[in-house]
Design a protein around this ligand. Structure first.
Ligand code: ZN
Length: 394
């Protein structure tokens, strides 16, 4: 069943036809009118109240409740630095402040890069943070009251990081601006050492007088090549800074913002929800499971969702994907194929096609070549994250 996804024009989106979101929307939705001067940030496919996709055939809303949403993001500038709650925190926030937290879902999320992609996610190792604070003195002066926190960091005690980070939330904007200027003047070489120089300069320009420019120093810098993925678990602070990606997450809008935003920053709840556990950039990367030349599965360490990537060459004239029975959403990024389900020809798939695969579709999807193919067929399918058991037959 073909779907039409929802387009969001947040100001961080790429402009006009430069945006992958706009390009896909123009092919997905016959009624979509692309405007050259507007940002197109997100193409969203889900069943969540605010983000309901509609059936192409009759315009009715997708009625099956899915435990995940699939999105395409096309970024011109950074998305807010934020944290998503775990299940317990989400229920608490929704109960206490339903105006800001409209549902009680936890919200882990995974991003699969479609272009070179830059993000910050999770705290750096404590020893690295300590070295960075020693190297960049204005930052040390800004976050440390005395030498006790340096001793805690040196001893590998997370409390040292917590003390420093929470101190940033309390500082006024004049102090933030002064710290940013001091770092900017003399510490280019040191920022290079920690891979933050370019990020710092862009964020300083795009978000003047914003504490996010300082908060990012403590976080792992994640640089993905197309086809690589990262996972941000609930509680893990993150921001996507540049690039295009496929994003999969639970159906929720719950985000507690820390910086790089004009929206509401909930520092009251942030401290409790933030997970101060350190990790390396390598820990954030999702290692995909390669089934064969055509199929890769990205399985984050949660049950809610997984994403299968199918890449078919023109000579792959028949490809059979066998899956666990699960509802799914398919998004086609390039090429053409005819989809056959349980022996019945169903749909012509092409760039921009979005398909809802109901539970009843069963476990076998057959992709048939539908003409003289020149470019590879690439599609992403989100499902629940059941045990692998995905086998193939070509
Ligand atoms: Zn997020």
């Amino acid at each position: 069943m073909e779907l039409i996804g929802l387009v969001y024009r947040f100001d961080w989106g790429k402009i006009g036809n430069d945006s992958l979101v706009a390009q896909l929307a123009a092919l997905n939705n016959p009624g979509f009118k692309l405007q050259d001067n507007l940002p197109y940030a997100q193409l969203c496919i889900g069943s969540y109240p605010g983000d309901i996709a509609i059936y192409k055939e009759n315009g009715e809303a997708l009625s099956t409740e899915l435990p995940f949403m699939l999105k395409v993001l096309s970024m011109n500038k950074a998305i807010s630095l934020h944290v998503h709650p775990n299940k317990i925190d989400a229920e608490y926030l929704h109960l206490r402040e339903p105006k800001f937290y409209k549902d009680s879902w936890h919200k882990p999320e995974m991003a699969i890069a479609l272009t070179p992609f830059v993000a910050v996610c999770g705290f750096r190792p404590l020893s690295e943070i300590k070295n960075m604070l020693m190297d960049i003195y204005p930052l040390q002066k800004f976050v440390m009251a005395d030498s006790d926190d340096m001793d805690l960091l040196a001893a590998g005690d997370e409390q040292g990081l917590r003390n420093c980070y929470e101190r940033i939330f309390d500082r006024d904007l004049e102090a933030v601006t002064q710290c940013v200027e001091e770092i900017s003047k003399e510490f280019g070489k040191e920022m290079c050492k920690y891979d933050v120089l370019e990020i710092f300069n862009v964020l300083k320009r795009d978000f003047p007088r914003d504490i996010g420019v300082i908060l990012i120093f403590f976080l792992n810098v994640i640089r993905l090549e197309p086809g690589q993925a990262m996972f941000a678990d609930a509680g893990q602070i993150h921001s996507y800074l540049a690039g295009d990606c496929i994003e999969c997450m639970t159906p929720s809008d719950n985000a507690i913002r820390a910086g790089l935003t004009m929206k509401y920053r909930d520092t009251k709840h942030l401290s409790n929800i933030l997970n101060y556990k350190s990790s390396t950039a390598e820990d954030i990367i999702v290692k995909p499971e390669r089934i064969n030349d055509q199929q890769v599965i990205f399985k984050p360490p949660i049950e809610d969702f997984a994403v299968t990537q199918i890449t078919l060459r023109p000579e792959d004239d028949v490809y059979v994907l066998q899956t666990e029975q699960s509802p799914g959403i398919m998004l086609v990024l390039s090429g053409q194929r005819t989809l056959e389900v349980n022996g019945v020809k169903q749909t012509q798939l092409k760039r921009g096609s979005i398909l809802f695969l109901p539970f009843e579709v069963g476990t076998e999807l057959r992709f048939l070549v539908s003409g003289a193919e020149k470019e590879p067929f690439v599609a992403y399918i989100s499902t629940v994250n059941t045990p692998p058991n995905l086998t193939t037959d070509t």
